[in-house]
Ligand binder design. Structure first.
Ligand code: 8DG
Ligand code: MG
Ligand code: MG
Length: 145
């Protein structure tokens, strides 16, 4: 079979905020393996950003989201990867429907586990699209910019 021409894909990821903290997990996926990243995944045909965010969070953490809203978008080229990729990444923000809900590692093949981190004490290394935003001074907490 002939390899298909690569195309840009859409990723939807979530700044899930709880008090002063944000949810991050260490990736096991090929792109960004062993770096800390936001939960999220690929936009499916016909989905809204909010629907994708809620679905991916449920699939990856079993958490239920509340007050999901769009924050920003970035264009990310992963051309040096074994399988070169291009993602338009949609960053959403949300809270927990139930603040006592605990994130589960539903996909241990894709993520080592989830943790809550303070924005000024983030783990390293961060997945570089997120690292780039942090370095530019971006802050996901409302009323902080
Ligand atoms: P799926 O099969 O569940 O749909 O996808 P996934 O396996 O969960 O996809 P993913 O890699 O977690 O997310 C899709 C892409 O989004 C990822 O390959 C690159 C882009 N992306 C960023 N930043 C981040 C981030 O902080 N977290 C996640 N999960 N993806 C990100 O550019
Ligand atoms: Mg996923
Ligand atoms: Mg994912």
């Amino acid at each position: 079979t002939v390899a298909e021409a690569p195309v840009p894909r859409v990723g939807v990821v979530v700044f899930l905020l709880r008090g002063e903290t944000v949810l991050l997990g260490r990736r096991r996926s090929s792109i960004g393996a062993s770096t800390f990243a936001l939960p999220g995944g690929h936009l499916e045909f016909g989905e809204s950003f909010e629907e994708c965010a809620a679905r991916e969070l449920k699939e990856e953490t079993d958490l239920d989201l509340d007050e999901i809203e769009f924050v920003t978008v970035t264009n990310n080229l992963f051309l040096d990867e074994p399988k070169p990729s291009h993602y338009v990444t949609i960053f959403m923000r949300a809270g927990l429907k139930d603040p006592d809900q605990v994130p589960q590692t539903v996909e241990p093949d894709k993520c080592d586990g989830w943790g809550w981190y303070e924005w000024d004490n983030l783990p390293e290394p961060l997945f570089w699209p997120l690292e780039k935003m942090v370095r530019s001074g971006f802050n996901p907490f409302p009323n902080s910019n």
